[in-house]
Design a protein around this ligand. Structure first.
Ligand SMILES: [Mn+2]
Length: 331
Protein backbone atom coordinates (compact mmCIF):
# COMPACT_ATOMS: atom_id res chain seq x y z
CA UNK A 1 0.00 0.00 0.00
CA UNK A 2 1.28 3.44 -0.76
CA UNK A 3 -0.17 6.87 -0.40
CA UNK A 4 -0.86 8.50 -3.72
CA UNK A 5 -1.58 12.01 -4.86
CA UNK A 6 -5.16 13.16 -4.86
CA UNK A 7 -4.79 14.41 -8.42
CA UNK A 8 -4.99 10.93 -9.93
CA UNK A 9 -7.07 10.80 -13.02
CA UNK A 10 -10.31 9.10 -12.07
CA UNK A 11 -10.86 7.57 -15.50
CA UNK A 12 -7.43 5.93 -15.28
CA UNK A 13 -8.27 4.56 -11.87
CA UNK A 14 -11.53 3.06 -13.13
CA UNK A 15 -9.64 1.46 -16.02
CA UNK A 16 -7.00 0.07 -13.67
CA UNK A 17 -9.71 -1.48 -11.50
CA UNK A 18 -11.34 -3.04 -14.55
CA UNK A 19 -7.98 -4.55 -15.55
CA UNK A 20 -7.42 -5.79 -12.01
CA UNK A 21 -10.82 -7.49 -12.01
CA UNK A 22 -10.05 -9.20 -15.33
CA UNK A 23 -6.62 -10.47 -14.25
CA UNK A 24 -7.43 -11.45 -10.64
CA UNK A 25 -9.01 -14.68 -9.43
CA UNK A 26 -9.51 -14.19 -5.69
CA UNK A 27 -11.13 -11.19 -4.03
CA UNK A 28 -11.63 -9.97 -0.48
CA UNK A 29 -14.38 -7.40 0.08
CA UNK A 30 -14.79 -5.45 3.31
CA UNK A 31 -16.89 -2.49 4.49
CA UNK A 32 -16.77 -0.20 7.50
CA UNK A 33 -17.63 -0.94 11.13
CA UNK A 34 -21.32 -0.47 11.99
CA UNK A 35 -22.15 -1.16 8.35
CA UNK A 36 -24.99 0.68 6.62
CA UNK A 37 -27.11 0.09 3.53
CA UNK A 38 -24.55 1.59 1.15
CA UNK A 39 -21.66 -0.50 2.46
CA UNK A 40 -23.60 -3.76 2.49
CA UNK A 41 -25.52 -3.12 -0.75
CA UNK A 42 -22.36 -2.18 -2.65
CA UNK A 43 -20.47 -5.17 -1.26
CA UNK A 44 -23.17 -7.67 -2.23
CA UNK A 45 -23.54 -6.21 -5.74
CA UNK A 46 -19.79 -6.39 -6.43
CA UNK A 47 -19.56 -9.90 -4.96
CA UNK A 48 -22.40 -11.07 -7.18
CA UNK A 49 -20.89 -9.63 -10.36
CA UNK A 50 -17.45 -11.05 -9.54
CA UNK A 51 -18.94 -14.49 -8.95
CA UNK A 52 -20.77 -14.32 -12.27
CA UNK A 53 -17.38 -13.57 -13.85
CA UNK A 54 -16.08 -16.82 -12.34
CA UNK A 55 -14.08 -15.25 -9.49
CA UNK A 56 -13.69 -16.44 -5.92
CA UNK A 57 -15.02 -13.88 -3.45
CA UNK A 58 -14.89 -13.54 0.31
CA UNK A 59 -17.18 -10.89 1.85
CA UNK A 60 -16.40 -9.59 5.33
CA UNK A 61 -17.93 -7.25 7.89
CA UNK A 62 -16.45 -7.21 11.37
CA UNK A 63 -19.72 -5.88 12.81
CA UNK A 64 -23.04 -7.64 12.18
CA UNK A 65 -25.33 -6.57 9.35
CA UNK A 66 -28.21 -4.47 10.79
CA UNK A 67 -31.50 -6.32 11.00
CA UNK A 68 -33.32 -4.13 8.47
CA UNK A 69 -30.80 -5.09 5.75
CA UNK A 70 -30.94 -8.83 6.27
CA UNK A 71 -33.43 -9.24 3.42
CA UNK A 72 -30.73 -8.48 0.84
CA UNK A 73 -29.76 -11.41 -1.41
CA UNK A 74 -26.72 -13.43 -0.24
CA UNK A 75 -26.38 -11.30 2.88
CA UNK A 76 -25.83 -14.48 4.92
CA UNK A 77 -22.60 -15.08 3.02
CA UNK A 78 -21.01 -12.05 4.70
CA UNK A 79 -18.68 -13.33 7.39
CA UNK A 80 -17.69 -11.58 10.59
CA UNK A 81 -14.56 -13.70 11.13
CA UNK A 82 -11.43 -12.52 9.34
CA UNK A 83 -9.79 -14.94 6.88
CA UNK A 84 -7.11 -17.29 8.22
CA UNK A 85 -3.51 -16.13 8.27
CA UNK A 86 -2.81 -18.37 5.27
CA UNK A 87 -5.46 -16.80 3.05
CA UNK A 88 -4.05 -14.68 0.23
CA UNK A 89 -6.10 -12.63 -2.17
CA UNK A 90 -5.25 -11.19 -5.57
CA UNK A 91 -7.28 -8.11 -4.67
CA UNK A 92 -8.78 -6.62 -1.51
CA UNK A 93 -11.52 -4.06 -2.14
CA UNK A 94 -12.42 -1.75 0.75
CA UNK A 95 -15.75 0.01 0.57
CA UNK A 96 -16.41 3.32 2.32
CA UNK A 97 -13.31 3.16 4.49
CA UNK A 98 -11.55 6.55 4.70
CA UNK A 99 -8.64 4.58 6.11
CA UNK A 100 -8.17 0.81 6.53
CA UNK A 101 -8.86 0.99 10.28
CA UNK A 102 -12.48 1.98 9.51
CA UNK A 103 -12.97 -1.63 8.41
CA UNK A 104 -11.73 -3.06 11.71
CA UNK A 105 -8.71 -5.29 12.05
CA UNK A 106 -7.88 -5.67 8.34
CA UNK A 107 -4.14 -5.07 8.52
CA UNK A 108 -3.09 -8.77 8.33
CA UNK A 109 -5.23 -9.59 5.31
CA UNK A 110 -4.37 -6.34 3.48
CA UNK A 111 -0.67 -7.05 3.92
CA UNK A 112 -1.07 -10.37 2.16
CA UNK A 113 -3.28 -9.01 -0.64
CA UNK A 114 -1.49 -8.40 -3.94
CA UNK A 115 -3.47 -5.20 -4.57
CA UNK A 116 -5.62 -2.99 -2.34
CA UNK A 117 -8.51 -1.00 -3.80
CA UNK A 118 -10.09 1.97 -2.03
CA UNK A 119 -13.65 2.63 -3.22
CA UNK A 120 -15.26 5.56 -1.42
CA UNK A 121 -17.28 8.75 -1.59
CA UNK A 122 -16.09 10.37 1.64
CA UNK A 123 -13.96 13.45 1.19
CA UNK A 124 -11.84 12.40 4.19
CA UNK A 125 -10.46 9.37 2.30
CA UNK A 126 -6.72 8.91 2.74
CA UNK A 127 -5.90 7.38 -0.68
CA UNK A 128 -4.20 4.36 0.89
CA UNK A 129 -4.98 1.94 -1.95
CA UNK A 130 -2.96 0.78 -4.94
CA UNK A 131 -6.06 1.90 -6.79
CA UNK A 132 -8.20 4.73 -5.36
CA UNK A 133 -11.62 5.53 -6.71
CA UNK A 134 -12.79 8.33 -4.45
CA UNK A 135 -15.68 10.49 -5.61
CA UNK A 136 -16.81 12.91 -2.90
CA UNK A 137 -19.55 14.27 -5.14
CA UNK A 138 -21.13 10.89 -5.58
CA UNK A 139 -24.28 10.32 -3.53
CA UNK A 140 -23.12 6.89 -2.47
CA UNK A 141 -20.59 4.15 -3.07
CA UNK A 142 -23.37 2.23 -4.84
CA UNK A 143 -23.51 5.00 -7.46
CA UNK A 144 -19.76 4.57 -8.03
CA UNK A 145 -20.16 0.80 -8.30
CA UNK A 146 -22.91 1.28 -10.88
CA UNK A 147 -20.55 3.40 -12.97
CA UNK A 148 -17.88 0.70 -12.74
CA UNK A 149 -20.33 -1.95 -13.97
CA UNK A 150 -21.50 0.37 -16.74
CA UNK A 151 -17.92 0.97 -17.91
CA UNK A 152 -17.34 -2.79 -17.86
CA UNK A 153 -20.48 -3.44 -19.92
CA UNK A 154 -21.81 -5.63 -17.14
CA UNK A 155 -25.52 -6.32 -17.31
CA UNK A 156 -26.96 -5.75 -13.81
CA UNK A 157 -29.34 -8.45 -12.55
CA UNK A 158 -32.51 -7.75 -10.57
CA UNK A 159 -30.85 -8.85 -7.34
CA UNK A 160 -27.78 -6.71 -7.92
CA UNK A 161 -30.06 -3.79 -8.76
CA UNK A 162 -31.91 -4.25 -5.45
CA UNK A 163 -28.55 -4.11 -3.61
CA UNK A 164 -27.33 -0.98 -5.40
CA UNK A 165 -30.71 0.73 -5.03
CA UNK A 166 -30.60 0.02 -1.28
CA UNK A 167 -27.19 1.71 -1.14
CA UNK A 168 -28.39 4.79 -2.99
CA UNK A 169 -31.77 5.21 -1.30
CA UNK A 170 -30.37 4.83 2.23
CA UNK A 171 -27.34 7.08 1.72
CA UNK A 172 -29.44 9.85 0.17
CA UNK A 173 -32.13 9.63 2.88
CA UNK A 174 -34.63 8.64 0.18
CA UNK A 175 -33.30 11.17 -2.37
CA UNK A 176 -33.57 13.92 0.24
CA UNK A 177 -30.00 14.98 1.10
CA UNK A 178 -28.09 17.56 -0.99
CA UNK A 179 -25.72 14.90 -2.43
CA UNK A 180 -28.65 13.65 -4.53
CA UNK A 181 -27.85 14.69 -8.12
CA UNK A 182 -29.55 14.28 -11.51
CA UNK A 183 -27.08 11.44 -12.06
CA UNK A 184 -28.22 9.73 -8.85
CA UNK A 185 -31.80 9.71 -10.09
CA UNK A 186 -30.67 8.50 -13.50
CA UNK A 187 -28.81 5.57 -11.95
CA UNK A 188 -31.84 4.77 -9.76
CA UNK A 189 -34.00 4.84 -12.88
CA UNK A 190 -31.68 2.43 -14.73
CA UNK A 191 -31.76 0.11 -11.74
CA UNK A 192 -35.56 0.26 -11.68
CA UNK A 193 -35.60 -0.78 -15.35
CA UNK A 194 -34.21 -4.19 -14.36
CA UNK A 195 -37.61 -4.90 -12.79
CA UNK A 196 -36.49 -5.61 -9.22
CA UNK A 197 -39.18 -5.37 -6.55
CA UNK A 198 -38.80 -1.67 -5.89
CA UNK A 199 -41.86 -1.26 -3.71
CA UNK A 200 -41.04 -4.35 -1.67
CA UNK A 201 -37.50 -3.08 -0.98
CA UNK A 202 -38.87 0.30 0.13
CA UNK A 203 -41.42 -1.43 2.31
CA UNK A 204 -38.72 -3.46 4.06
CA UNK A 205 -36.43 -0.46 4.46
CA UNK A 206 -38.94 2.19 5.47
CA UNK A 207 -42.25 0.69 6.53
CA UNK A 208 -40.99 -2.14 8.73
CA UNK A 209 -39.98 -1.52 12.34
CA UNK A 210 -39.71 -3.74 15.41
CA UNK A 211 -42.42 -3.19 18.05
CA UNK A 212 -39.76 -2.21 20.58
CA UNK A 213 -38.51 0.42 18.11
CA UNK A 214 -42.02 1.85 17.62
CA UNK A 215 -42.69 1.98 21.35
CA UNK A 216 -39.39 3.64 22.21
CA UNK A 217 -40.04 6.17 19.42
CA UNK A 218 -43.40 6.95 21.02
CA UNK A 219 -41.75 7.42 24.39
CA UNK A 220 -39.09 9.70 22.91
CA UNK A 221 -41.68 11.83 21.09
CA UNK A 222 -43.71 12.21 24.28
CA UNK A 223 -40.59 13.52 26.00
CA UNK A 224 -40.09 16.30 23.41
CA UNK A 225 -39.26 19.68 24.95
CA UNK A 226 -38.59 22.90 23.09
CA UNK A 227 -35.76 25.12 24.35
CA UNK A 228 -33.84 28.19 23.16
CA UNK A 229 -37.01 29.94 22.05
CA UNK A 230 -38.12 26.99 19.92
CA UNK A 231 -34.80 26.56 18.13
CA UNK A 232 -33.66 23.52 20.12
CA UNK A 233 -35.61 20.26 20.41
CA UNK A 234 -34.72 17.97 23.32
CA UNK A 235 -35.63 14.27 23.50
CA UNK A 236 -34.93 12.19 26.60
CA UNK A 237 -35.07 8.44 27.18
CA UNK A 238 -34.68 7.01 30.67
CA UNK A 239 -33.14 3.65 31.56
CA UNK A 240 -36.58 2.70 32.87
CA UNK A 241 -38.12 3.38 29.41
CA UNK A 242 -35.80 0.82 27.81
CA UNK A 243 -36.43 -1.70 30.57
CA UNK A 244 -40.18 -1.34 30.50
CA UNK A 245 -40.44 -1.60 26.70
CA UNK A 246 -37.77 -4.27 26.24
CA UNK A 247 -35.93 -1.92 23.88
CA UNK A 248 -32.18 -1.53 23.25
CA UNK A 249 -30.27 1.53 22.12
CA UNK A 250 -30.17 0.19 18.51
CA UNK A 251 -33.96 0.64 18.47
CA UNK A 252 -33.47 4.41 18.82
CA UNK A 253 -31.75 4.80 15.45
CA UNK A 254 -33.31 7.67 13.46
CA UNK A 255 -35.42 8.76 16.46
CA UNK A 256 -33.31 11.94 16.73
CA UNK A 257 -34.36 13.01 13.21
CA UNK A 258 -37.91 13.59 14.45
CA UNK A 259 -36.48 16.32 16.67
CA UNK A 260 -35.65 18.43 13.60
CA UNK A 261 -39.23 18.37 12.36
CA UNK A 262 -40.97 21.19 14.30
CA UNK A 263 -40.84 24.39 12.20
CA UNK A 264 -38.10 26.76 13.32
CA UNK A 265 -35.89 24.09 14.92
CA UNK A 266 -32.16 24.58 14.24
CA UNK A 267 -30.82 21.73 16.37
CA UNK A 268 -32.03 18.58 18.08
CA UNK A 269 -30.43 16.62 20.90
CA UNK A 270 -31.40 13.27 22.35
CA UNK A 271 -30.25 11.91 25.72
CA UNK A 272 -30.27 8.18 26.49
CA UNK A 273 -29.66 7.01 30.02
CA UNK A 274 -27.32 4.00 29.71
CA UNK A 275 -25.60 1.80 32.31
CA UNK A 276 -22.72 4.02 33.32
CA UNK A 277 -23.02 6.90 30.87
CA UNK A 278 -25.41 9.17 29.04
CA UNK A 279 -25.59 8.60 25.28
CA UNK A 280 -26.06 11.90 23.43
CA UNK A 281 -27.01 12.32 19.77
CA UNK A 282 -27.06 15.64 17.92
CA UNK A 283 -28.58 16.86 14.66
CA UNK A 284 -28.54 20.36 13.21
CA UNK A 285 -29.52 22.32 10.15
CA UNK A 286 -27.25 24.62 8.15
CA UNK A 287 -24.08 26.05 9.63
CA UNK A 288 -24.51 25.08 13.27
CA UNK A 289 -21.64 22.63 13.88
CA UNK A 290 -22.81 20.04 16.41
CA UNK A 291 -19.66 17.94 15.89
CA UNK A 292 -17.71 20.64 17.76
CA UNK A 293 -20.08 20.29 20.72
CA UNK A 294 -19.86 16.49 20.59
CA UNK A 295 -16.08 16.73 20.40
CA UNK A 296 -15.88 18.97 23.47
CA UNK A 297 -17.65 16.15 25.35
CA UNK A 298 -15.33 13.42 24.02
CA UNK A 299 -17.29 12.41 20.90
CA UNK A 300 -17.32 13.43 17.25
CA UNK A 301 -19.13 13.24 13.92
CA UNK A 302 -20.12 15.55 11.09
CA UNK A 303 -21.25 19.16 11.15
CA UNK A 304 -24.95 18.26 11.10
CA UNK A 305 -24.87 14.85 12.80
CA UNK A 306 -22.77 13.91 15.80
CA UNK A 307 -22.71 12.07 19.10
CA UNK A 308 -20.89 11.43 22.36
CA UNK A 309 -21.15 9.37 25.54
CA UNK A 310 -20.69 11.26 28.77
CA UNK A 311 -20.19 10.13 32.36
CA UNK A 312 -22.46 11.67 34.95
CA UNK A 313 -26.09 11.82 35.98
CA UNK A 314 -28.74 12.36 33.34
CA UNK A 315 -29.77 15.62 34.98
CA UNK A 316 -26.25 17.13 35.06
CA UNK A 317 -25.20 16.02 31.57
CA UNK A 318 -28.48 17.18 30.12
CA UNK A 319 -28.34 20.65 31.67
CA UNK A 320 -24.68 21.15 30.73
CA UNK A 321 -25.19 20.23 27.09
CA UNK A 322 -28.45 22.15 26.73
CA UNK A 323 -26.64 25.22 28.10
CA UNK A 324 -23.87 24.91 25.49
CA UNK A 325 -26.36 24.44 22.63
CA UNK A 326 -28.54 27.33 23.83
CA UNK A 327 -25.44 29.55 23.90
CA UNK A 328 -24.61 28.62 20.30
CA UNK A 329 -28.16 29.19 19.13
CA UNK A 330 -28.17 32.75 20.53
CA UNK A 331 -25.39 33.92 18.22
MN1 LIG B 1 -21.94 5.68 1.71
Amino acid sequence: MKTQMRTLDLETEYKRLEDLIVTSKTFFLAGHLNPDGDTIGSMLAIASVLKRLGKKVRTFSQDPVPENLRFLPHVKGIRSRPPSSKARFDAAILLECSNPARGGNLEPVLKRAAKVVNLDHHKTSEFYGDINIVEPHSSSTAEIVYRLFYNMNVHVTKREAACLYTGIVTDTGRFHFPATSPRTLEVASRLLETGFKFSRVNDLLYATKACEGLKILGRALESLEMRAGGRLAVLTLLASDFKELGARSEHTENVINFGLMPPGVKAAVMFREEDDRIGVTFRSRGHLDVSAVAKSFGGGGHRNAAGCRVRGSLHDVREKIIAVLTGLLKT
